[in-house]
Design a protein. Structure first.
Lengths: 357, 357
């Protein structure tokens, strides 16, 4: 049996991440064999590494992590949908048979028995190889060879922005102004996609005004706010009526800051999930009055279905054409598998670290 | 000059409500003169009486209160839209010329310079007479002679449920189960309208299980939960996945309880506005994770435009046909103008007190 190396954890055990050796997966009937080119590291991975979330596949002790993956098909599927050499991004969630899942909307899974590759009950992609059914592979054009591991986070953002558009469709004037909280990969992708939609965008992060994050934000014509010590409500007031607020920090309490920042008819979308319990004192009366008097809305968004991956692909290609190099510059570090710990560590100006087997 | 009696306050001064004498209004060109039949008392009136909100018309010291009104046209408008004898409900908000207001959606006013009769900068209807342009009058059929003062709160509910429907339209399965927090007139009207839409409805209030509120809820086939000492999250868990949560108590902290109660793809709509500041300790991480993982939404809703009054009228007539007498039974007290203080006082089983000049 051939072997491969991967990064795995014992779920629930902080600091248990190791480079481990596994059998190289053999494609089942109809599956493609994919060679991993690069796997991104994100906040969910760090939560898994801290032992806060993650479950191993049934019967296994360890979980191979990684769910933001760019790969290349080596052995195509039986139907020839993905000939060898095709670049692919795998989707993450696997349906459980509930009505939403059956309708292709596993991102809205009703039974909650889904698995997620690299997160929950199924091995991920921070490995040398994986196999997958074509049902869960998204073919990518060669233009995305350098930044294709951003398709998954972009799909999460595309889902969130689609939710915002639908929630906001009841408001009879177009959205023109957005605030993005967080300049990590999710916040930056939201910034780029909103800018491409023509909105005025203000993006706030703790990084300095001369940081890479600031330059990437400004490359798209958005305004960067170096937010250390700057209250969100001040930024919101200076910006003017906010039609869209994207909460992409996952910092405790920022969900409330996002709610408070929404303007008249505004929609805040929450993408970030704080890890540990975080009690906050909130003026319930003031926040409620604000949402009610502004006819404002808040929507939580998680995961992405195929339609969102398709939207992400369209969006990323448009962004790449419009602001050449901006996606590649988001990849702030490329590490071999054996140096996965450096990839995970990151710094204040890390946007996206990727592991390349 | 002829005179009339009305209930007025000095805005901002608690306990300043008095029966006062005013010039009987004279219709301007195109306006109708309306004799007031009944004016309902609601939470906003109590907030005005407590001095927490309310502003007098420009140049006036006192504000005539009352905004839930059933009247009868005495002198019709010039165009004959409202012949004498027509039952009418006046709308409350008056537009300020912003784009939303110009499009008939003053409930979403963008400039915030609207006035509201009986609340903000314009006299209300707890009086013997009023005049109004036909643009702001809703004609009612004779079937609503007994309960027509419920059209205004029903319009507020219709707006809220319309928002919920639109926010939830992104979810690919129909709403089947709702929780209504509060058994006052807003909560009961929400219960009745949701039941009429075919939903399973659970309505929670502090009143006892054998109270009038309980009987009215149960008359429509909804389940009444006597909620004293019962945590909302327990009710929500027992009920099953909640597609819709209506927060109609305005009690501080209940907005968070409503958010936490939303099920997968659920929408909480906030209608109640707490009066004074109300700091609450909330687990920001838990609440955020809940909204995100459930793809749940929260929307604030206030006021109503003409389309919502039209929807309310249709809804109330359907409710009245389906559950005869239930609307009339919501009118728990009818008081002459001079006894307005008894109308305002109310008790735990008061649903809607009305003042009849």
């Amino acid at each position: 049996m051939e072997e491969m190396r991967a990064v795995s954890v014992t779920p629930g055990v902080s600091g248990s991440a190791r480079l481990t050796v596994h059998p190289r997966p053999v494609p089942a009937a109809g599956e493609a064999l994919v060679r991993v080119l690069a796997t991104g590291v994100c906040g969910t991975d760090r939560e898994i590494l801290a032992g806060h979330t993650g479950t191993a596949p049934t019967g296994a002790e360890r979980l191979i992590i990684g769910h933001e993956c760019l790969g290349e098909v080596v052995t195509g599927d039986a139907e020839g949908t993905f000939p060898p050499g095709t670049l692919v991004a795998p989707m993450v969630r696997r349906p459980d048979g509930c009505p939403a899942c059956r309708a292709g909307r596993w991102d809205l899974c009703q039974w909650g028995n889904y698995t997620e590759r690299g997160i929950r009950g199924a091995h991920g992609f921070m490995a040398e190889w994986y196999t997958e059914s074509p049902d869960y592979l998204v073919p990518l054009p060669p233009e995305l060879r350098a930044a294709g591991m951003l398709v998954e986070p972009a799909a999460v953002v595309a889902k969130a922005l689609s939710e915002v558009t639908q929630v906001r469709s009841r408001i009879p004037w177009p959205a023109t102004r957005a605030l993005v909280l967080g300049g990590g990969s999710i916040g930056l992708l939201a910034t780029l996609l909103l800018r491409h939609q023509g909105l005025e965008v203000h993006t706030l992060d703790l990084a300095a005004a001369d940081s890479l994050k600031a330059r990437l934000v400004e490359a798209s014509g958005a305004r960067y706010v170096a937010g250390r010590g700057v209250p969100v409500n001040e930024v919101a007031e200076q910006a003017g009526n906010l039609d869209i607020v994207v909460e992409a920090t996952g910092a405790p309490g920022m969900a409330f800051a996002a709610m408070e920042a929404t303007g008249i008819g505004g929609v805040a979308v929450l993408l970030g999930v704080p890890g540990a319990a975080a009690p906050r004192e909130v003026d319930a009366a003031w926040l409620t009055r604000r949402l009610v008097e502004h006819n404002a809305a808040v929507v939580g968004s998680i995961n992405a279905a195929r339609l969102h991956f398709d939207a992400a692909l369209t969006g990323l290609l448009a962004v790449q054409r419009r602001w050449p190099g901006v996606l590649e510059r988001m990849i702030t570090g490329r590490y071999p598998l054996a140096q996965f710990e450096d990839a995970i560590r990151g710094g204040s100006d890390t946007v996206k670290s990727v592991v390349e087997p």
